[in-house]
Write a protein that binds this ligand. Structure first.
Ligand SMILES: *[C@@H]1O[C@H](CO)[C@@H](O)[C@H](O)[C@H]1NC(C)=O
Ligand SMILES: *[C@@H]1O[C@H](CO)[C@@H](O)[C@H](O)[C@H]1NC(C)=O
Ligand SMILES: *[C@@H]1O[C@H](CO)[C@@H](O)[C@H](O)[C@H]1NC(C)=O
Ligand SMILES: *[C@@H]1O[C@H](CO)[C@@H](O)[C@H](O)[C@H]1NC(C)=O
Ligand SMILES: *[C@@H]1O[C@H](CO)[C@@H](O)[C@H](O)[C@H]1NC(C)=O
Ligand SMILES: [Ca+2]
Length: 165
């Protein structure tokens, strides 16, 4: 890959939570344009926060992610920050962990935004890296989770999205 990606590299690792559910697992899939994925999630009883995690590996191209939303089913308030990746200099939302020091780890980029100016772009080679956000949630409550995901090419790839609380 010879793409030049503009944007602030994100390198900070983040927290874990006691329970984790897999929302989506794609592996060795062909190229596809932005597609909306929607899920419901009920937080663990006794928890006060949730962790949304996007694991990405792409050996030949990139995954693009935009429009991430988590909505409280009671108040209808959005509970995730910077879901459109527009606030590139903020430290209060997403972090990326690249434990295997993969080439082409996740970055915010202006090349493939779905809405606004920026999206998240991840081409971690050989081993996955992951994008996480920890956010406050109400114990035992239903949340609506959604995001737009685009696959820029076929070959060896993997997108595994989990949520936990
Ligand atoms: C949730 O936790 C509270 C406090 O521990 C307990 O009283 C309640 O029964 C639990 N509810 C469920 C649905 O497990
Ligand atoms: C959330 O839960 C953790 C672990 O149970 C606790 O240490 C923390 O104080 C809680 N935070 C709030 C804001 O209640
Ligand atoms: C974000 O965090 C990094 C690492 O702690 C720090 O160097 C940087 O100044 C912070 N950026 C902002 C905008 O707070
Ligand atoms: C990404 O954007 C930069 C800056 O606009 C541009 O130079 C580059 O060609 C773009 N790369 C791709 C793969 O579109
Ligand atoms: C896809 O990635 C997930 C998370 O990193 C991993 O648990 C899973 O084994 C991978 N699947 C394949 C087929 O590579
Ligand atoms: Ca955006």
């Amino acid at each position: 890959m010879i793409f030049i990606i503009l944007g602030r590299p994100l390198t900070i690792c983040d927290a874990t939570v006691p329970t984790t559910t897999t929302l989506l697992c794609l592996s060795e899939v062909c190229e596809f344009d932005y597609q909306l994925y929607t899920f419901t999630y009920v937080t663990r009883n006794g928890s006060n926060s949730s962790l949304l995690r996007f694991n990405f590996r792409h050996d030949s191209m990139f995954w693009a992610l935009d429009g991430v939303q988590v909505i409280d089913s009671v108040s209808f308030a959005p509970v995730i920050a910077n879901g459109g990746f527009e606030t590139i200099n903020s430290n209060d939302s997403w972090t990326v962990c690249n434990p295997s020091n993969s080439c082409f780890p996740g970055e915010i980029s202006s090349n493939y935004s779905r809405t606004g100016q920026y999206s998240y772009l991840d081409g971690a080679m050989n081993n996955p890296d992951y994008l996480v956000q920890l956010f406050p949630t109400v114990s035992g409550r239903l949340y609506f989770v959604s995001f737009w995901l685009k696959n820029l090419g076929s070959g060896v790839n993997n997108a595994t999205i989990t949520i936990g609380s």
